[in-house]
Structures are given as C-alpha cells and as structure tokens.
Design a protein around this ligand. Structure first.
Ligand SMILES: *Cc1c(COP(=O)(O)O)cnc(C)c1O
Length: 402
C-alpha cells in the first residue's frame, strides 16, 4: 500500500522555498478546502468547562481568542517562518506594530537603543521620540560603518535596530558585523528587512535575533491589506513578543492574514520579476546624461557594492536616483510619467515613484535630511510588475521633459 509518511517531502522543512510559499503552514479543516480557509471569528468554544480550564492553563493545545491566536493567522505565521528559516513568527496589524512590538519586547525603562539613523519614518519616530518618553534612551548613528555602532554601545544597550537597504537612499548596513558588535555587548539585533525582502536577504543567518516586516509591502504586494510579522527564535517570539501581542493587542486580522497567505504564494515570483526590471532600470539610469546620482545595491556604482553582493542574493525592487536640476527636475520628471504612479507605498505590482523630501521625510529638518543624504532632487522608484520595456519608455519620456 502506498504510504507517504516515508516520503521525504512529507516533512515541510525538506521542501524548497517556493514550495513552502505555496504549501507552508496549510491546515485543512474537515471540509478539505483547496485554498486556505478564513477563520473570521473572534472567539472559540470548548466542549466542557474542564476543557476551557485546561486550555487556559496551557495544558491542552487550542485557540482561546483571536487577539492572541487564530487558525488563519497561524497559517500565515508558519508559512512566513518557513520562508525565513525562523523557529517562530507572530503576525501583527501593520509593519509599525511589528517594529514597535519587537523593540518593546526587549527593553524597559533605563535601557538604551542604538539604531542607524537612516530609517523608515515611523521606525525612526519610535526609536528617537517615542521610546525616550518611556525612559529608554537611544543613539542614532551613520549605519554605513559598523564601527559607529561599536562606539555608541553602552553597558545598558539592549537593542540594536537597523534596516538595510535603507529607505529611501538604499544604503547598506553590514548585518554580520553589526550582529557581532551587538552580541559582544549583550544586546539583540533587530532587523527591519522590508527593503530587501526575505527572498534576497536572510538576516537570521547573518546573526540577527529578530526580523520584522511590513507585510503591507511585498508580501501583499497588490495594495490591498496592511500587516506585519516578527520572526525569530521560539524563546524570543514565544516569550516576550507573544506576551505583548496577547496583552496589548496589535494583532493581525484573520482576513488580512488570508490575503497575505495568498500573497506569499506568489512572493518569490513577483520579487524576482520586479528585481529583474529594477536592474534594467538601474542600468538605463546609470548611463543617462540627465542623472546625477543612482543608488542600486547590485549596480557596480553602489558605494557598498561588495557588501551588497555578499549580503543580498538579489538587487532590490527599489531604485533611488536624482535627476540633475534639484526639486524642480524631480517634480517635472514624476509629473510626466504616464504609467508609474506618484504614491508612497512600495513593493506593489504597480510601479510607484515618490519624492521623499516633500512627503515621507517632510517632517525632518534640512540638516536631518542632509545627514540621511535625502537631497531635494531624490526620487525613490518602487518597480512593479509591468513590462520592463514600458517602464523604461515611461522613464525615458519623462527624463526628456526635464
Ligand atoms: C512600510 C514600512 C514600515 C511600516 O509598515 P506599515 O505596514 O505601513 O505599518 C516599516 N518599515 C519599513 C522599512 C517600511 O517600508
């Protein structure tokens, strides 16, 4: 009789990444549905009072309340953990909930955080403005040189937080070097891995302790749902991270978990296609006479090209560049695009261009923007799934108008 229990592919961990993205975490109900089911319920019932007691005591497995666990959210968490190579994961309502929860899980009043200063706006607000309100001080450093982290470490430093490539200039942080510095001082390294995606960069393998994503970006990648996820060891995720989610409620909606599960099925295919187009666009811009600056991790002109090749197995779906002529040129270029939309999301199937100095990074002072290399002419392009030739033609036309 056929028996699949001895089939190596019965073990989810022996499946290749793309297979895990389609099947990982799948748990079918008694109805045998093909697609993952949406368990769109807040609570769960127990057969007896004794069963309820046992579940609350943790003596029997099972769900209690969707603020802390839900079957659809769990399928999403398991699939994300398999992709990342993490022991455990927790979904959150947004990417910012993931970052805030991850940081809060590791600090208390009197502790200190070291972070790279080039961060997504919300992340920088949490580290620089919000945490100090609760007695957790922070030091922001130029993340391009690991020595800057070493110099900023204090006896009470509990967290090092970075994002790489950074938003919006695509500078890199050497994750392995920074992980070693954090660990030598007894701190944990938390990495916001949105810009490289789990397809091109595996921070846990390079020494990170917790990895966060805004699942709103590439994981959904179709502009539909907000979400976030935190990944790491069972000890960190099942411990303080789980407790904060359970007790404070930044939880992921089962519906969003379902949208994101379907997003994960095609994540790798989408990210690869978008990266291929981004590479072509970087080559085109690098040679264009009206371009003053290009930043693309896998383009030989990137100042940290060697690190990019070592740390990331693919370029990026984002390209940062500056046309000659400052803000006026950047606005003229963006306004002449017919296909690429002016918006501030990223990782979407639809290509998006943004002008960070007047939108996402508007609230910073000129000096702060200068420190982050966010010039008046800088544009950030999130490359989508359109035909690359159409994207190149759109950019070429717009550059002619500058
Ligand atoms: C978008 C983003 C976030 C925040 O995610 P939300 O889902 O919008 O809350 C955090 N970090 C990075 C790098 C991002 O791009």
């Amino acid at each position: 009789m056929a028996d699949k229990s001895s089939n190596p592919l019965s073990d989810p961990k022996r499946r290749k990444a793309q297979t895990m993205l389609v099947h990982g975490g799948m748990e079918r109900s008694q109805h045998g549905e093909t697609s993952e089911a949406i368990f769109f319920n807040s609570g769960f019932v127990y057969p007896t009072s004794g069963a309820a007691e046992a579940r609350f005591k943790g003596e029997e497995p099972g769900h209690i309340y969707s603020r802390f666990s839900n079957p659809t959210v769990e399928m999403f968490q398991q699939r994300a953990a398999l992709l990342e190579g993490a022991e455990a994961a927790r979904g959150t309502a947004t990417g910012m909930a993931a970052v805030t929860t991850a940081i809060m899980s590791q600090v208390k009043a009197g502790d200190h955080i070291v972070a790279a200063r080039a961060l997504f706006g919300g992340c920088r607000f949490v580290v620089e403005t919000y945490m100090p309100r609760w007695g957790v001080e922070s030091t922001l450093v130029d993340g391009r040189d690991p020595e800057n982290f070493a110099r900023a470490m204090k006896p009470n430093t509990k967290v090092v937080f970075v994002e790489t490539p950074t938003n919006p200039t695509l500078e890199l942080v050497d994750l392995k070097a920074v992980a070693d510095i954090a660990h030598a001082h007894g701190a944990v390294l938390i990495v916001d891995n949105v810009f490289s995606t789990p397809i091109w960069q595996k921070p846990l393998e390079l020494g990170a302790d917790l990895v966060t994503y805004s699942a709103t970006k590439h994981m959904d990648g179709q502009g539909r749902a907000l979400g976030g996820v935190i990944l790491g060891s069972q000890e960190l995720i099942g411990g303080d991270v789980h407790t904060i989610i359970r007790q404070t409620g930044p939880s992921m909606s089962p519906f969003n978990a379902w949208v994101l599960l379907k997003g994960l099925e095609t994540l790798s295919i989408r990210v690869k296609a978008m990266t291929e187009s981004a590479g072509k666009i970087a080559d085109f811009l690098a040679d264009h006479p009206k371009i003053e600056m290009l930043s693309y991790p896998h383009h030989a002109s990137h100042p940290q090209y060697d690190l990019a090749k070592r740390q990331m197995s693919g370029g990026s779906t984002l390209v940062a560049f500056t046309p000659k002529g400052g803000k006026a040129a950047a606005f003229r270029l963006a306004d002449a695009l017919a296909l690429i939309a002016i918006s501030n999301n990223l990782g979407d199937a639809k290509s998006i261009i943004s002008h960070p100095a007047t939108t996402t990074h508007q609230r910073f002072t000129d000096a702060e923007r200068a420190e982050m290399d966010i010039t008046e002419g800088l544009l950030r392009l999130s490359v989508g799934l359109e035909d690359a030739d159409d994207l190149l033609a759109d950019l070429s036309f717009a550059l002619d108008q500058v």
